[in-house]
Design a protein around this ligand. Structure first.
Ligand code: CA2
Length: 150
């Protein structure tokens, strides 16, 4: 009998729907559709399933983190600007307790001072930043390894 592939929620926060349209020097030229395709390909390679979503609304992202508790084995999340502001998103990730990898396209440590602090990073299992869209693939590989150890 075929075993069911572990499902990973890949959540994207505000303005990431605009990827590829502006600021390519910081965020690269890949669009959210490209990231979706990258995640699907990497998931197949790793034997995972992905559900890739994007919202501009904090409460929606929090609802999706809650939804992941019953449906998914892990979360990869690029919280966009909520990274640096959202105690509520941090609390949701802590409450759910799933392996969670924070992803950023840019290296937030090399940018403005206000981007160097991440609330979400304090609840995540680990963080990947500065590798552009490839960071999503790295996050899926990290989650595969974390799930394997669980
Ligand atoms: O580097 C990342 O992935 C960020 O999470 C991206 C966020 C930013 O607030 C974080 O500090 C780091 C911003 C996403 C905005 O994306 C845009 C895409 C195209 C044009 C303008 C913004």
């Amino acid at each position: 009998m075929a075993t069911r592939r572990a499902l990973i929620f890949v959540l994207n926060g505000p303005n990431l729907n605009l990827l590829g349209t502006r600021e390519p020097g910081i965020y690269g030229r890949q669009t959210l559709a490209d990231i979706r395709a990258l995640c699907a390909g990497k998931a197949k390679e790793l034997g995972l399933e992905v559900d890739v979503r994007q919202s501009n609304h904090e409460g929606v992202l929090i609802d999706w983190v809650h939804e992941a508790k019953d449906k998914a084995r892990g979360i990869a999340i690029n919280p966009g600007g909520y990274t640096h502001t959202s105690v509520a998103l941090m609390d949701a990730i802590s409450a759910v307790g799933l392996p969670t990898v924070e992803v950023h396209l840019s290296n937030i440590q090399r940018r403005e001072e206000f981007r160097r602090h991440s609330y979400v990073g304090q609840a995540a299992t680990g963080s990947i930043c500065g590798f552009g869209a490839e960071g999503y693939g790295l996050a899926l590989a990290a989650l595969k390894s974390l799930i394997g150890r669980a």
